[in-house]
Write a protein that binds this ligand. Sequence first.
Ligand code: CTP
Ligand code: CA
Length: 226
Amino acid sequence: RSHFSSKKAFLGKKVLITSGPTQEAIDPVRFISNHSSGKMGAALAEAFANQGAEVHVVLGHGAIKPQHGNVHIVPVKSASEMYEASSKLHQNMDICIFAAAVADYAPKDIAKEKIKKAGEGMTIELVKNVDIAASLGLKKKHGQIHVGFALETENEAFYAKEKLRKKNFDLIVLNSMKEAGAGFQLDTNKVTLFSKDGSEHTSEVVPKTEIAELILKEIKNLPLEI
Ligand code: CTP
Ligand code: CA
């Protein structure tokens, strides 16, 4: 739309981005985590900042750090720390992007000392983590925009649309798993964007910086709730 066509389309907007993996401690030297690199989150942070936004990235440990004067980093490790940090920012944000790969479960107890090897097998009891996007989705204010991500290996579109609805997203970005050149750690990706109003757009395999631009464009095209 014409009123968004300027290069600084997000001037004055406040954007929260969760990015990277979470680490769920088992003991002082071990944790459960995943392969998220934070590349998509970093590309989004830089794209928003380049278009004038004030960006706050709640960043999992070891993830790629976005580089821009208008990007503020809040480093976290666990899902619960990510939730705490995101909750503090949420009320003041215009746009929230949930790009982090949050561990679904964490060890029930964190051992105080390094767990010593014993016996032929071992079991770690896990408990469900807080769903950051869903929890903040319940607190979404009028006019706030929430964007989520999904990565599925079966019934991709169905599950993505279900998450869009259940987590109160305005837009969800489905990562393609089956495409060469798409996924974790890579610099390229192929995505389908599903918006709340029912529109659907599939990209080619393109650099994550270009995916970020597509997501920003789609956000600009979301119907404004007045
Ligand atoms: N998400 C989150 N907090 C969690 C889990 C997920 O904020 N504890 C967010 C992710 O950042 C992403 C979206 O929710 O934007 C979907 O994540 P995904 O792992 O695909 O969804 P889950 O609800 O965990 O479902 P699944 O069983 O498929 O893992
Ligand atoms: Ca999950």
